[in-house]
Ligand binder design. Structure first.
Ligand SMILES: *[C@@H]1O[C@H](CO)[C@@H](O)[C@H](O)[C@H]1NC(C)=O
Ligand SMILES: *[C@@H]1O[C@H](CO)[C@@H](O)[C@H](O)[C@H]1NC(C)=O
Ligand SMILES: *[C@@H]1O[C@H](CO)[C@@H](O)[C@H](O)[C@H]1NC(C)=O
Ligand SMILES: *[C@@H]1O[C@H](CO)[C@@H](O)[C@H](O)[C@H]1NC(C)=O
Ligand SMILES: *[C@@H]1O[C@H](CO)[C@@H](O)[C@H](O)[C@H]1NC(C)=O
Ligand SMILES: *[C@@H]1O[C@H](CO)[C@@H](O)[C@H](O)[C@H]1NC(C)=O
Length: 202
């Protein structure tokens, strides 16, 4: 198990820079635990991504902003995903269920009848996570970043830029979203969110 994990990490990620020990903790294949799921629960902002897969790349280019709620169910191993996307200056809502594989730390989603996988990379300290797609495939690989807060501190941007380079892509491939384009957070909707938050309690 441990050896397998080491091999997976070595084969997928070029060696992480030794100079900054902080980045050495970005590894894939970390199992998903109940604790991870509880931490994932709640509201997230899509910050940016570097995608080589043309479909994902196009979707990122057309999505002006996106925030979403994750509601994991620890019993049936699904995560409800409720998305609010701004596309063409309009707010679009969407809802679906994600799957997850605890043992290899992946999330999965059915898209057009096909199950796609992404490795979850938790950046707990930064209140953020990344998803890694098809890292072995030079033409399809991708890395995306999500945060709990809409504002992204420069050091997190840097962590992401480095991670993108480490998986064999160029910084210039990153598309960051512009949250000022958000059309889903009208006052009334914000109110609804507040109610939702307050219902959860402290
Ligand atoms: C990296 O991981 C190790 C072992 O889990 C931990 O001791 C260390 O504090 C982590 N470094 C950072 C910067 O989070
Ligand atoms: C899992 O539970 C959620 C509610 O938390 C439900 O919406 C979903 O349909 C369930 N999925 C399966 C496969 O049972
Ligand atoms: C995770 O949580 C579920 C639901 O509460 C529980 O049935 C399961 O035993 C937990 N797993 C672990 C490893 O604690
Ligand atoms: C989680 O899924 C199980 C099985 O589908 C269901 O019985 C339970 O009500 C769900 N929990 C929540 C909190 O929705
Ligand atoms: C909404 O979700 C469905 C099912 O996952 C998907 O086919 C559709 O493309 C999504 N729409 C947007 C705008 O993302
Ligand atoms: C993760 O595990 C699931 C279930 O064992 C498997 O179907 C899937 O292919 C694995 N994904 C990756 C990326 O290894």
């Amino acid at each position: 198990m441990a050896l397998h994990m080491v091999l997976v990490v070595l084969s997928l990620l070029p060696l992480l820079e030794a100079q900054n020990p902080e980045h050495a903790n970005i590894t894939i294949g970390t199992p998903i635990t109940n604790e991870t799921l509880t931490w994932l629960s709640g509201k997230w902002f899509f910050v940016g991504a570097a995608f080589r897969n043309p479909e994902y790349k196009q979707a990122t280019q057309t999505t002006e902003t996106e925030f979403f709620y994750l509601t994991p169910n620890l019993t049936n191993d699904t995560i409800e995903l409720q998305e609010s996307l701004t596309i063409d200056d309009q707010c679009v809502y969407n809802s679906t269920h994600l799957g997850f594989q605890r043992e290899n730390g992946t999330l999965s989603k059915y898209v057009g009848g096909v199950q796609i996988f992404a490795h979850l990379i938790v950046l707990k300290k930064h209140g953020a996570f990344m998803l890694a797609f098809d890292l072995k495939d030079e033409k399809k690989r991708g890395l995306s970043l999500y945060t709990k807060k809409p504002d992204v501190p420069p050091e997190l941007r840097e962590v992401f830029q480095k991670a993108v380079k480490h998986v064999g892509m160029d910084e210039s491939e990153i598309i960051f979203v512009d949250l000022k384009k958000d059309k889903c957070s009208q006052p009334q909707k914000q109110q609804l969110e507040l109610e939702k938050e307050s219902k959860k309690g402290p």
